[in-house]
Design a binder for this molecule. Structure first.
Ligand code: SF4
Length: 64
């Protein structure tokens, strides 16, 4: 499973960073960085919650 971000929608409020800091990070300019696009299947439910929590609906899960 891969995590995708629409950087045009993201407003860098770091909700995802707070929920999964090993996957998401804000860089020095406060732009979202996805540290690891490929996330293990075992974390699907967790990633689903992160996607649902993004206030800008900027995140999605892409199937391989
Ligand atoms: S929660 Fe959504 S809007 Fe906020 S930083 Fe993450 S992707 Fe961007």
């Amino acid at each position: 499973m891969r995590i995708k971000a629409d950087f045009d929608l993201c407003e860098s409020n770091a909700v995802c960073v707070g929920m999964a800091p090993d996957v998401f990070e804000l860089d020095d300019n406060d732009y979202l960085v996805i540290l690891t696009e490929e996330v293990d299947e075992s974390r699907r439910e967790e990633m689903r919650q992160v996607v649902a929590s993004c206030p800008r609906s900027a995140l999605s899960i892409a199937e391989d």
